[in-house]
Write a protein that binds this ligand. Sequence first.
Ligand code: AMP
Length: 211
Amino acid sequence: MKSVIFIAPPAAGKGTQSKRLQDLGYNHIATGDMLREEIKSGSLLGKEIDKLISSGSLVSDEIVFNLIKNKINSDKPFILDGFPRTMEQALLLDKLFKELNINNYEVIYLDISLEEAMKRALGRLTCSCGETYNIYIEGFKPKNENICDKCGKVLVKRSDDNEESFKVRFETFLRSTKPIKEYYEKKNKLHCIDTTLDYDIITDRIKEILK
Ligand code: AMP
């Protein structure tokens, strides 16, 4: 199994697809989750990160790279979910891959329009146990309103899933990932998948690419 770098606008479903791959034995490295953990810890760094994330901005390349660099190794295939988000991060990652002799990976871009992504983001609810739900998508609604099916805790909305900050995040994403997409395309690593397809079909396409 090849490792995978997911590049996807917010709310394109990379979290859902990553979870499905995790069940196949992948090591899931999600920068957004790691940053939210740091916020939860209440540290000074966490407070700084909170301000940036809530306003829809990116956290610095250095902070994020430091969080992920020790999680990547050549022993276990990994999913990079949310990294790289800037060209600088892509170059740092290349350097690390070279050091670790890693080349068995593919880059998957999950394509989605702003309108569809906004709808998904506004309906998204998460649980502190890691489960995610969506009140606008069939098959992703919680069985009982606002309650996690798995652990029974009350579901919450992410602070950056509001209309204003979502639009900023989406546009920041498109701007900063355009050169990254081109970079991986030149390396013959890039695969684009249309996310209006059914979730199961998307999973099958991903598995086919990573075979
Ligand atoms: P996500 O859960 O991937 O949508 O990430 C949530 C937020 O965390 C983003 O909007 C950024 O503010 C921050 N973030 C996540 N990954 C990165 C990254 N690789 N570089 C900079 N900021 C990041």
